[in-house]
Design a protein around this ligand. Structure first.
Ligand SMILES: Cc1ncc(COP(=O)(O)O)c(C=O)c1O
Length: 389
């Protein structure tokens, strides 16, 4: 008798199968090994993680901190995060409202896992970091998307139109400062959104992982500025961008205290806890990393200004000024297929850009460029791009 073996590729989760693959990752993989390529497609700082942060992790490893830790994070890190957030926002944010996570991505997953039932609706803004759309979809949510506009050379949200569009949503996901646009929501608009959604009982998940990558202030406006502790608000944060720690996989959630036990319970079923040596690194980053944050923010501002003077002024380019984060999201007029054009740029200009399609920008010709680069690299990349625009 021959044994029938069902193929491993059959009967898999259709949600997983149907999830769109990362367009940028596919392009980058295909370009791997292209000599002299300047890759501006991924979103990470060009600086190494500061040495004092690496040293803290090394000491922790040497001291044997290589075992499971508490599900919500080591008490000393939750306490340090409570102090950091309380100082930053000028109000008491207790450690009982903090859950340490294994990255901002994990924090987002946990936030959605806390809220979503099958078929619930989430509303969000586009253009968007693709994971913000993929994560709720993978968890069975329906999505409403609302596109930012361009007004007076900057990205702009028509708040009332968005509040109208998101009426059926159980939760609204807002990413400010935004990847890929650098759009930043001002405090008054946050206040208006929060008050309206509070009346409706709608949750807000606020992705604030770029909150310290700002050019004209210490920290971006936060929903925490305008919310009460038990408002239906979950704020997602990460060590990745502010302290150049993308590989450390460390983030945190700020929640209503009543939600913390649920996060503790469900985190156990996936990652269980954040690595203790990363947590030692995190606490030093919080306590000694302010100078690094302000120095890198100044470098990003200078890089943004290079983009403004050399790329945004090009007659064939539309490039709204990014007010935050380290991305320029711009349109090259006349380009009909952004993915093809990005391929052409890899070959002919040796510059890697992320096509706008990756960020749910359906109008052709849009690209994201990460300007967390040295001025030399950035100028060289622009020199190479200009003849193709
Ligand atoms: C808007 C946004 N949210 C969340 C993340 C996830 O960051 P991480 O998982 O590295 O903490 C990113 C990373 O690029 C991002 O751009």
């Amino acid at each position: 008798m021959t044994l029938q073996i069902t193929k491993a590729s059959e009967g898999l989760s259709s949600r997983a199968i149907d999830a769109s693959p990362s367009i940028t990752r596919e392009l980058a993989n295909a370009a791997m090994g292209t000599e002299g390529l300047i890759p501006l497609w991924f979103g990470e700082p060009n600086e190494p993680t500061p040495q004092f942060i690496c040293d803290a992790a090394a000491s922790s490893l040497s001291a044997g901190e290589t075992f499971y830790a508490e599900g919500l994070g080591r008490p000393y890190l939750r306490q340090a995060l409570s102090e950091y957030m309380s100082n930053l926002y000028g109000k008491e944010i207790g450690s009982n409202r903090i859950a340490v996570t294994v990255s901002g991505g994990n924090a987002l997953n946990l936030a959605f896992q806390c809220l979503l039932n099958q078929g619930d609706t989430i509303a969000t803004l586009t253009p968007a970091f693709p994971n913000l759309l993929a994560i709720p979809r993978l968890q069975g949510a329906n999505l409403i998307t609302h596109q930012l506009e361009i007004k007076n050379g900057r990205w702009h949200l028509d708040v009332d139109a968005f509040l109208d569009a998101c009426k059926p949503a159980k939760a609204v996901l807002i990413n400010s400062p935004s990847n890929p646009t650098g759009f930043m929501l001002e405090r008054e608009k946050m206040d208006h959104i929060l008050k309206t959604l509070r009346e409706r009982g709608t949750w807000i998940i606020s992705d604030e992982v770029y909150s310290r990558v700002v050019f004209d202030r210490k920290v971006a406006p936060s929903f925490l500025d305008v919310a009460e502790p038990e408002d239906r608000l979950i704020v997602v944060n990460s060590f990745s961008k502010s302290w150049a720690m993308t590989g450390w996989r460390l983030g945190w959630l700020t929640l209503p205290a009543s939600l913390t036990p649920l996060v503790e319970k469900i985190a156990e079923f996936s990652v269980a806890c954040a690595p203790p040596f990363s947590q030692r690194a995190g606490v030093i980053a919080l306590k000694e990393g302010e100078e690094f944050i302000s120095q890198t923010a100044e470098k990003y501002r200078q890089a943004r200004d290079i983009i403004q003077s050399r790329l945004a002024d090009h007659p064939n380019v539309i490039c709204p000024t990014p007010d935050s984060a380290f991305y320029a999201f711009f349109k090259v007029q006349g380009v009909e297929d952004s993915i093809e054009f990005a391929r052409k740029l890899i070959k002919d200009a040796k510059v890697g850009l992320a096509p706008g399609d990756a960020f749910l920008m359906h109008e052709p010709g849009w690209f994201r460029l990460c300007f967390a680069q040295t001025p030399e690299q950035l100028n060289e990349a622009i020199d190479r791009l200009l003849p193709h625009l």
